[in-house]
Design a protein. Structure first.
Length: 201
């Protein structure tokens, strides 16, 4: 397994980098941030993961080992291949990924192109016990005010009463939380309607 490359950058695109390793050019597919961080003619280190298929060998490169480990971890979930895994680590840092899965933040996971609500739920179910193995520090969850807690409880109870699961209800609350934060006087009925719209998408 090729886990790390060090060489001179001889070419780079939006999502790939070519390193010259003493005359041997190796191309690695990379998240946009990693590809944008290298400079032509300068030495660079990529932490890599080799994906083997019957008809291809594809090398993926990352700025740090934790990002590579996150890329490999999400592929242990059913339905997640290298392309989707690369999209996940391009949108979510390892700490963001751990926090989103640990707190079942489906809205955050759905920000990744190619992941819908069902896919996000599957990631949470299959990876919740595994993400802590990445060993990253997650940002502390913001404190929830009593007013915020009050409308959340009412909207959650209302949605569960209408037949939504508690998880979907919580995700809907996350979706409308910015509305409540921008206007503290907004009523629960308005937040409920907005939550229902978010679930109907």
């Amino acid at each position: 397994m090729i886990s790390q490359l060090r060489g001179t950058v001889v070419a780079a695109g939006a999502t790939w980098v070519v390193l010259d390793l003493s005359g041997f050019g190796v191309r690695a597919l990379c998240p946009p941030a990693t590809a944008a961080g290298v400079r032509l003619g300068e030495e660079s280190v990529l932490h890599t993961s080799l994906v083997v298929r019957e008809d291809s060998l594809t090398l993926y490169g990352f700025a740090d080992a934790t990002e590579r480990d996150a890329f490999e971890l999400v592929q242990t979930a059913s339905g997640v291949g290298p392309k989707l895994a690369q999209a996940i680590v391009s949108v979510l840092s390892p700490s963001d990924l751990v926090q989103a899965i640990s707190t079942e933040n489906l809205t955050r996971l759905c920000a990744v192109p190619g992941i819908g609500r069902k896919g996000a739920q599957k990631l949470v179910i299959e990876l919740k016990d595994k993400v802590l193995s990445l060993g990253v520090d997650t940002p502390a969850a913001p404190a929830v005010s009593s007013a915020d807690q009050a409308w959340r409880e009412q909207v959650t109870d209302g949605l569960v009463g209408l037949g939504w699961s508690a998880r979907d209800a919580e995700a809907a609350c996350d979706a409308v939380a910015p509305m409540a934060a921008d206007d503290p006087s907004v009523g629960v009925a308005t937040l409920m309607r907005a939550a229902l719209k978010s679930l109907a998408r």
